[in-house]
Design a protein around this ligand. Sequence first.
Ligand SMILES: CC(C)(COP(=O)(O)OP(=O)(O)OC[C@H]1O[C@@H](n2cnc3c(N)ncnc32)[C@H](O)[C@@H]1OP(=O)(O)O)[C@@H](O)C(=O)NCCC(=O)NCCS
Length: 252
Amino acid sequence: MFSRLRSDIQCILERDPAARTRWEVLTCYPGLHALVLHRRAHWCWTHGLKWPGRFISHMARWLTGIEIHPGAQIAGCVFIDHGMGVVIGETAEIGSGCTIYHGVTLGGTSLYKGAKRHPTLGKNVIVGAGAQVLGGFAVGDGAKIGSNAVVTKPVPAGATAVGNPARIIEADGDARREAAASKMGFSAYGVTQNDDPLSQALRGLIDNAGAQEHQIALLWQALEKLSGTAQPDDAARQENFEADRLNALIGK
Ligand SMILES: CC(C)(COP(=O)(O)OP(=O)(O)OC[C@H]1O[C@@H](n2cnc3c(N)ncnc32)[C@H](O)[C@@H]1OP(=O)(O)O)[C@@H](O)C(=O)NCCC(=O)NCCS
């Protein structure tokens, strides 16, 4: 018991720059208190003592502002930072090393008793303040959920999900797509990701338009070289189609 407590305290010291000493963590971190009490409640729940489990969970909520159903399965080294307003449902599972900020709900969207209604977080997942993760799906190892995101679908390992409804940030691909889309006067981030065939078609079109613009820029450079009008800064010129310039080059 004490070795687990020691390791929980160590995890908090490593992950919270504001934590100064073990004593401070032990006495002033509601997330730690909630987890210690949850272990008692979970033991009761899994040993047929349902009411004592619920009652310990209720007292823990009263003391810490963190509501964890005694049925929830929580691994070691989980850090609930600040904690107020966190709600963790009965069939939720939380892998080791996860960090959960205040106002997070790991909730359900179905009312079927006994079914897996709440999410499973893999290892080292970060769930930002106010995020709502709703449903019996998995959030992969190392994923990040942005603050205030509303997640209702699985999140792949290592991915970052933000917004409402949450979308996955695909770092490089998205940056390129967003740059191409903004040149055309709209934002690709307004497009739902991954599941909608229409949005997939739009993403394909944006990627294609971006690639064509790049090809046109290369053609410009080749034409200018051929006509001997290349300027030293031409290579850095924006990749925009300039009909007048093309007309001038070809002598119209
Ligand atoms: C989601 C998160 C993990 C992303 O961090 P990151 O990988 O460093 O991503 P970036 O900051 O580079 O942001 C990438 C993009 O996502 C957007 N974004 C980041 N967090 C967002 C959020 N919570 N909601 C909506 N969009 C968000 C950024 O604006 C940026 O968009 P852009 O590419 O159009 O500029 C982080 O922003 C977050 O929300 N962490 C939770 C922190 C928290 O709750 N702290 C509480 C402390 S008390």
